[in-house]
Design a protein around this ligand. Structure first.
Ligand code: NG6
Ligand code: CA
Length: 509
């Protein structure tokens, strides 16, 4: 009798254990939710977890505290479109000639028949969404903004998309949800051109008196919300965004997406628009940093990240979600508007200790904040492993047990999870004009390039171009002050050979 009772008890406990395990099935370790938060033009030194000093980013620092902070985390390119192209396709951007900074009426850049990060996760059972800055083209190059745009992010693997077409300084200044311009009125259709203005429409060039933020270079086209942009647009007034509300809108859409997908694994690509120009944060953040619009826009972005994390927590998803935080390229002060970014930054160093900045082949162009958090799985700390955004595709494929086609993305899951300090062996980074440099281990080689040493119009920004070879030891000389090319001719030759091999063959694993 007693034996029978015991047996029943044992069986009951087994059942309870089994039930608990299957509950954990919801939090299946090979299918955690995945959120990639991508800032726009946020520098290596703009995050206080990387660069303690004058600008505080408590929201991002909290991520860093409970996650792994990478000191050698890279975007593939020093500008937006190419680096985002890599993130989503797993390929280097210079393999595609069209992967350059796109206008707002450019056709969809990503091949709809190819494999993409969201497609891959979809096949692993994920619901996928993108909210925020897109900048990878829409439609076929001849978009009618008043109708459904079928070549939108959903055509490359996103179940849901709520985006701005290009950048906050380019027309059209509207949100596009699943291929439809939001809040567009039939009585006031929207027209867009990058060739010429529409008759009688004010522009920054013709009507500077209508501007509340002056442009410094380019950006003298159509005016919306008191700020002139690149390109021309007419009509669609009810759909035009108000810059001050953009952060709240993207945050709300992101939280909504999370709330709608608590039962199944989801992938959210949350593409913040800050601190790209024009920097116009909500009034709640004006004056928050004493550094003017650029600092305040970063404070706003940091708050958004904190709020997103709170929302995850509220849904009970903090532990079952991988969060990757990074930036699409390095920082810049004046990128076309007079907003006193340089004058007001005080002692803050957006590039950290690195040389260059946005557009540059030097480190600050592509080396960006890169944090991975997955509670209970990724041990908090610091990693020096060489990791790149292009690798998220193969690494997340490994995690979710999906096959990856031939591409430049490498499976560095163990490095991202903090299980090893060994990331990629080498990496090609891209600066202006599709020009590239090669990193292998601690060495960084920039081939000879003619052309401007300074980014046109950007007084303090070096392109990294030089008529001779450049070779830097990034372990001993992170600031890239000493060109060692002439000291190590044999090493230089080796690096040239390896660089050519990577260019010629994808996936030389
Ligand atoms: C440049 C713009 C700059 C910015 C950049 C794209 C001018 C003078 N400069 O051409 O303001 O929009 O393109 O930035 O127009 S990115 O982060 O999206 O790559
Ligand atoms: Ca950018």
């Amino acid at each position: 009798m007693n034996f029978k009772k015991n047996l029943v008890n044992v069986l009951l406990s087994l059942l309870v254990m089994l039930f608990c395990f299957s509950c954990k099935g919801d939090g299946d370790d090979s299918k955690p939710n995945i959120i990639i938060i991508m800032a726009d033009d946020l520098g290596y030194g703009d995050v206080s977890a990387y660069n303690q000093g004058t600008l505080n980013t408590p929201g991002i620092d909290k991520l860093a505290k409970s996650g792994l902070l990478f000191t050698n985390g890279y975007a593939t390119a020093a500008t937006c479109t190419p680096s985002r192209y890599s993130l989503l396709t797993g390929d280097y951007p210079w393999r595609n000639n069209s992967a350059k900074i796109l206008p707002g009426d450019a056709p969809l850049l990503i091949d709809t028949s190819g494999v993409t990060l969201p497609k891959l996760l979809k096949s692993a059972g994920y619901t996928t969404g993108v909210v925020g800055k897109w900048h990878l083209g829409l439609g076929n190059g001849n978009v009618d903004w008043n109708n459904y745009i079928n070549l939108n992010p959903n055509a490359v693997g996103f179940d849901y998309s709520y985006i701005m077409a290009a950048t906050n300084d380019r027309v059209p200044n509207v949100y596009v949800e699943d291929g439809h311009v939001c809040n567009l009125s039939k009585d006031d259709p929207l027209f867009v051109s990058y060739k010429k203005n529409f008759p009688n429409e004010p522009t920054g060039a013709a009507n500077p008196e209508k501007l509340r933020m002056m442009y410094s270079e380019g950006h003298d086209g159509s005016i919306n919300n008191g700020v002139s942009r690149i390109g021309f647009q007419k009509g669609g007034k009810s759909a035009q965004w108000v810059d001050e509300d953009m952060a709240d809108i993207f945050l709300e859409q992101s939280i909504e997406f999370i709330k709608n997908n608590t039962k199944k694994p989801f992938f959210l690509y949350y593409a913040l628009h800050q601190p790209h120009v024009p920097r116009i944060p909500h009034s709640r953040f004006v004056g928050a940093t004493g550094m003017g619009p650029r600092g305040d826009a970063i404070a706003e972005a940091d708050w958004c990240i904190g709020e997103l994390m709170k929302a995850l927590e509220k849904e009970g998803l903090s532990e079952n979600t991988i969060v990757v935080f990074t930036s699409d390229n390095g920082p810049i002060m004046d990128d076309g508007y007079v907003d006193q970014a340089e004058a007001l930054k005080g002692d803050h160093t957006p590039m950290g200790h690195l040389r260059g900045g946005k557009y540059s082949l030097y480190e600050a162009g592509t080396r960006v904040p890169f944090i991975v958090k997955w509670e209970g799985h990724v041990k908090p700390g610091i990693s020096d492993a060489l990791v790149c955004q292009v690798d998220l595709m193969a690494s997340l494929a490994k995690l979710t047990k999906q096959a990856v086609p031939q591409c430049d993305s490498e499976d560095i899951l163990d490095a991202l999870m903090g299980k090893t300090q060994k990331g990629r062996e080498n990496l090609i980074i891209e600066g202006l004009y599709h020009r590239t440099a090669f990193r292998r281990g601690k060495w960084l080689m920039i081939p000879p390039y003619s052309g401007p040493a300074i980014v046109p119009g950007k007084v303090t920004h070096e392109t990294g171009f030089n008529p001779g070879y450049q070779l830097y030891n990034l372990q001993e000389d992170e600031q890239q002050l000493e060109n060692l090319a002439s000291l190590y001719p044999r090493l230089l030759k080796q690096l040239q050979t390896e660089y050519s091999r990577v260019i010629e063959t994808r996936n030389h694993r």
